[in-house]
Design a protein around this ligand. Structure first.
Ligand code: OSB
Ligand code: MG
Length: 374
């Protein structure tokens, strides 16, 4: 039994060590929204909302999420008794559409709170079995193919087990050509973040020559049927990201053949309960899954590591170590990757297994709100 007594929201920002550019925009400074849930008995848990500053990846932003949490989510959860953290999500469903990133940030804080109350690792609470997670890097769009080739070479040398290259029309074939001079195609994949249209099918067929692991989200989020048509025309397996924000969309993906692989981001799909259901459904249909990333701080990263410890996460996740993104993360210890390209699941420690540097967070905070009953 668990009662949510208080929710605390904090916004702060971390400077990325290098700008991260996708087809729809660039991030240099990551605005981050953290959620801390308290049980009123001395325990608390952390969550992170993955929404960006602008609605270029999804319709939500960090500011819409803040409003959704304080106006709509908190009143549905505060003071409620939950048998287990899996009961949080249904309370946010019946009369409240969308805002999955806002919902996820809070739901994940409740899972972490629950794990800490029980003194178990979040990975264990979720049913995780892996002790270490294979890691992939996501490389943003570079100014030149040569610059990309250098990044790919360095990533391979660091041990990364999958290398994802952001592409867009006019920055695709030449760039992938440069990438395959440094790494074999079966370690490479491309992510278009919805930059293409079905009318580009004959162009996208040219990507088949690279033997990529997959192409992620070539078309718009709503284009499930068009993704299925595209998959008929190309050899490279399509992996969906933006398109699948709830369990029903995953059912549609499978039924239509709109994608052969799923990128599960708990922050995109409304949290860990939905992620578990997606993991199970994909397992039943033999759809490989992996855990994506959203340039999270060490807190969101901890949730992703815990989720990726489930047995079905057979492909490397976008779970790079803290150093890849920040000169200093907000957690201790920072997330690290070994020379073989694995992150270790912190099995012996409760919750996500890392400590939040609260003093530094207080120093960096630009906005705070405490939500309680009354
Ligand atoms: O499409 O997977 C994506 C980051 C921001 C927005 C969208 C995406 C990404 C990434 C980063 O690819 C993955 C990471 O956190 O390392
Ligand atoms: Mg993606």
């Amino acid at each position: 039994m668990l009662r949510i007594e208080r929710l605390e929201l904090t916004e702060f920002a971390l400077e990325l060590r290098e700008p991260f550019r996708i087809s729809s925009g660039e991030v240099r400074r990551r605005r981050i929204l953290l959620i801390r849930a308290f049980d009123g008995e001395g325990a608390s848990g952390w969550g992170e909302c993955v929404a960006g500053e602008r609605p270029n990846y999804s319709p939500e932003t960090i500011d819409t999420a803040w409003m959704a949490i304080s106006q709509w989510i908190a009143p549905r959860l505060l003071g409620r008794r939950l048998q287990d953290p899996g009961q949080a999500r249904p309370l946010l469903e019946a009369d409240f559409r969308g805002h999955f990133m806002a919902k996820a940030g809070v739901e994940m804080a409740i899972w972490e709170l629950s794990a800490r109350r029980q003194g178990v690792a979040l990975a264990t609470l979720l049913g995780g079995t892996r002790t270490r997670i294979p890691v992939g890097i996501s490389i943003g769009i570079q100014d030149t193919p040569k610059a990309l080739a250098q990044k790919v070479k360095r990533a391979l040398g660091s041990g990364y087990r999958k290398i994802k290259i952001k592409i867009e029309p006019k920055r695709d074939l030449e760039y992938l050509e440069a990438a395959v001079t440094e790494a074999p195609g079966h370690l490479l994949m491309a992510d278009a973040n919805s930059a293409y249209h079905l009318t580009d099918a004959s162009h996208l067929q040219k990507l088949d020559a690279f033997g990529l692991m997959m192409i992620e989200q070539p078309l718009s989020a709503g284009d499930l049927r068009r993704h299925a048509q595209l998959q008929e025309l190309i050899q490279t397996p399509i992996c969906l990201d933006e398109s699948v924000d709830c369990l029903e969309r995953l059912e549609d993906m499978i039924a239509l053949g709109a994608g052969r692989i799923l990128n599960i981001k708990p922050g995109r799909v409304g949290g860990l309960a939905v992620s578990l259901a997606m993991h199970d459904l994909c397992g039943a249909h033999r759809v490989p899954v992996w855990c994506g990333g959203m340039l999270e701080s060490g807190i969101g990263r901890g949730h992703n590591v815990a989720l990726a410890s489930l047995p079905g996460f057979s492909l490397p996740g976008d779970i790079s170590p803290s150093r890849r993104y920040w000169s200093q993360d907000i957690v201790e210890p920072e997330w690290e990757m070994d020379a073989e390209g694995y992150v270790t699941v912190p099995a012996g420690r409760p919750g996500i297994g890392v400590r939040v540097d609260e003093e530094r967070l207080a120093h960096l905070a630009v906005r705070r709100e405490v939500l309680t009953l009354s």
